[in-house]
Structures are given as structure tokens and as C-alpha cells.
Design a protein around this ligand. Structure first.
Ligand SMILES: [Zn+2]
Length: 425
């Protein structure tokens, strides 16, 4: 297999150190830069992480790699109609069945597999070891090739300890990167980016399974022959601000989505409608997002009741600018320009694609986005973990990762799916 690193380094462009910091939000990097850290980097772009804002979903998009099987290592397999994967993935060697996406084949450095779990138990020790190992490995690498590293320690540090501790880690990373630059000189470009952001507030669990059971649903680990009325599966793993719900054949996703709007902590739920629409339902109302492809993509936001995504103002602005046609459609690019920094960044394309474009192999029937301050996940974890921050929902804090370079200035916002040329080009 050809490593991504051989293409053009030192010939058509400078050698590149591509370094991903798991879970570091755009706002945190912006603040660090304003304190004088990362001074040799140009301004950071907001890198828009796709919903649900989870590592493998995001990196597969950003790096143009193969889509993971599910949103997390515990996932629902829509072919065999049962839960698969889970904690066993974290034990032992990193064998091919534990590689969720092809981007991992290109990594020159990633933490040893047990760290992925230990980071939530001993985050301080793990990030220090992670950074030290990365630095040593980079120093020992051939100097005429790109180097791609993924530091996961930052994600666990934020989840468990919060932003103050992350800032200590960033100071340490800044020193390492300055050292690397002094050593390598201007012939090496450093590109620093993250996969998703985080909300930086204490998070509480949503009681999704209890709520669904109270509403008359059976929550199952497998569907017998795929059939069943009012039967759902909802993989519970990491403590994150989204939930993926799968429905048995005779169970209506629209009804499940509707049942979830009254659950405390749920911002909205999302389900497919036909081949070209999704419906968003939340306490603020319901709306339909429809896409049409006529040379280029156009989206409409149809308020059924209320304004669940708070897009009425943007829609009016498009109408005033003459971008909205008589049927309510406006060009994708026009919506994007107006909403890249919105409460729900790039909501129409992002949410539509979350159910119509394959971001994982086994796409959910209903996706739930929690309010900041709430998560869904495995009870075992939530019993011994106090969650200082999390990600997963479609809100701005989790959806806005960052991207910056010592050599290039990027646009103010970059969509995950359009980041590949900046990262790998
Ligand atoms: Zn995380």
C-alpha cells in the first residue's frame, strides 16, 4: 500500500507534519493563540465536523477515507440486525478488525490501543506519555517524508478534567512544536487540526431507554428476523451528546422520533422521509429539510410547526437577497455562507447528509441531538465518570473543530468533506 506521505513531500511542496488533536474546539485554540501560543501558525479556520460529531465519522470525511461501520466501536449492524463490537475492541493488539476506517492505515503515530480506554481513567498520565511518544517517534522518522500523527489524549483530558487542564497540555504541545520547527526549519509545514469540538460544561445523562420503554417500546440488542412492532435498538457506549436509534421492520421511525421530543435533554430528533428529505423534531417544533439536485445542490427548510433549527432569520435573509425560489429552495452555497457560524453550523447540508449520505456503513433510522449539558451512553461508564465536557451533538461547540498551518492561510470555515485537499493535497 502506498503511504500518503510519499506524495510530493519536498518536491512539489514542503514536507508536512499533519497533527490531529482529538476533540480540541476551535474556540479553545483561538483563545490559546490570543494568549500567544502557536504564534508561528496562521489564523485558525473553523473546521465543520459532521453530525454526529464523533472521531471516526469526522476523520473519515476529512481525510477522504473509508466510512466506519458505526458511530462508535459498539454499533448496530443493520444486516445481521444486532449490536456488534464494543469494549472487546479495546483489548489486545490493534488487529484489522479493530481499524474502523482506512485513515488509520496512514498514521505514523497513534497511541497504543489500551490508551484509548485508559485515557478516561488516567487522563493526565496518558496525554503526557502520548505527547512524549509522538515527539520521539517524529524525531526518529525519515526527514524527507510527511508524518501524520493523531494525539487522542486531548479528548480524554477535556472529557474528564475540562478546559483548564487542556490548556496545560496545549502549552506543552506548543513547546514541542517550537522545538520541532527550530530543528526542521521552514522546509517543514506543520498542519494542526482537530476532528470535532466539545461543549465545555458539566454533562448529565439522558434517560433514553427508560423514556422509550415508558412510551411502549421494547429496547433490544437484536431484532429476531428483523421484524417487530415498537422494537428499537440504541447502542449505548461513550458518554456523548447524540444517540443513534435503529427500528425493527414494523416500527415507524417518525413515531420514535416524535416520542423522543419530550425527553429531557433532547434538543431534536431526526429521521428520513423518502429519498430526498429529513424531518427535524424538537420541543421548538418540526421542520422538513429537502434537497434537490439540479446541476448543483439546493435545500429548502420547511417549517411544519415552529422553528426547531432557528433558521427563520437566515431564510428571510436569503429571500431578501433573491436567493430563495418560489418553492423555498436556495443554493447550498448560499445557505452555507449564511450558516457556517450559526448555532447549528451548516445545518441543512449537515443534517440532511447525516441520514442520506453514508457517514457510517450502518446508518441509524433516528438520530438524536442532545442539548449541551446532556449525553447518552453506557451506564457502566456514567457511574464512575464525572463528565466535564462532551461532544456528539449538532450544536456549534461540538461541530466547530479547527484547522491551521504554519505555511498556509485557510478560509474562515471549511466543511469536513471539503478538507481533504487542505490536509492531504
Ligand atoms: Zn470524545
Amino acid at each position: 500500500m502506498q503511504k500518503y506521505s510519499t506524495g510530493g513531500a519536498g518536491e512539489t511542496r514542503p514536507r508536512r507534519l499533519l497533527l490531529c488533536l482529538d476533540g480540541v474546539p476551535y474556540e479553545v485554540i483561538k483563545a490559546a493563540k490570543s494568549r500567544g501560543l502557536f504564534a508561528r501558525f496562521n489564523d485558525a479556520a473553523g473546521l465543520l465536523s459532521p453530525f454526529p460529531t464523533m472521531t471516526n465519522v469526522a476523520l473519515a470525511q476529512m481525510l477522504g477515507a473509508s466510512v466506519p461501520l458505526g458511530y462508535e466501536s459498539l454499533y448496530f449492524n443493520t444486516d445481521s440486525q444486532e449490536l456488534c463490537g464494543g469494549i472487546r475492541k479495546y483489548i489486545g493488539r490493534r488487529t484489522p478488525d479493530k481499524v474502523p476506517s482506512s485513515y488509520m492505515d496512514d498514521l505514523d503515530y497513534q497511541e497504543p490501543l489500551p490508551f484509548e480506554f485508559l485515557v478516561y481513567v488516567a487522563p493526565d498520565a496518558v496525554w503526557r506519555a502520548d505527547m512524549r511518544r509522538f515527539r520521539d517517534k517524529f524525531r526518529a522518522a525519515p526527514h524527507d517524508r510527511d508524518f501524520f500523527a493523531f494525539l487522542k489524549g486531548t479528548d480524554g483530558l477535556l472529557h474528564i478534567r475540562g478546559p483548564q487542564k487542556l490548556n496545560v497540555a496545549l502549552e506543552s504541545l506548543d513547546r514541542i512544536l517550537n522545538e520541532i520547527q527550530d530543528f526542521c526549519g521552514a522546509e517543514t509545514e506543520i498542519v494542526l487540526f482537530s476532528d470535532h469540538g466539545m461543549n465545555l460544561e458539566e454533562n448529565r445523562k439522558i434517560h433514553l431507554q427508560t423514556h422509550l420503554r415508558a412510551g411502549g417500546y421494547e429496547v433490544k440488542d437484536r431484532f429476531e428476523r428483523g421484524r417487530g412492532k415498537r422494537k428499537v435498538a440504541a447502542p449505548a457506549f461513550g458518554l456523548c451528546g447524540y444517540a443513534a436509534v435503529y427500528c425493527a421492520d414494523e416500527t415507524d421511525p417518525a413515531e420514535v422520533a416524535d416520542a423522543l421530543t419530550t425527553l429531557e435533554g433532547v434538543d431534536f430528533s431526526l429521521h428520513r422521509e423518502g429519498d430526498s428529505a429529513v424531518v427535524v423534531r424538537g420541543a421548538r417544533g418540526a421542520a422538513r429539510i429537502t434537497r434537490e439536485e439540479n446541476g448543483s445542490a439546493r435545500y429548502s427548510y420547511e417549517q411544519l410547526t415552529g422553528d426547531p433549527l432557528q433558521l427563520a432569520e437566515a431564510q428571510q435573509a436569503l429571500r431578501d437577497a433573491g436567493e430563495l425560489d418560489a418553492r423555498g429552495y436556495a443554493p447550498d452555497a448560499a445557505w452555507y455562507a449564511l450558516t457556517a457560524a450559526h448555532t447549528y453550523p451548516d445545518a441543512l447540508a449537515n443534517l440532511h447528509n447525516s441520514l442520506h449520505a453514508p457517514r457510517v456503513r450502518h446508518t441509524a433510522d433516528v438520530l438524536v441531538s442532545c442539548h449541551d449539558g446532556y449525553y447518552y451512553g453506557m451506564s457502566f461508564f456514567s457511574r464512575f465518570v464525572r463528565l466535564a465536557a462532551t461532544h456528539g451533538n449538532a450544536l456549534r461547540a461540538s461541530s466547530t473543530a479547527f484547522l491551521m498551518s504554519t505555511h498556509r492561510q485557510f478560509p474562515a470555515h471549511v466543511r469536513a468533506g471539503e478538507a481533504t485537499p487542505f490536509l492531504r493535497g
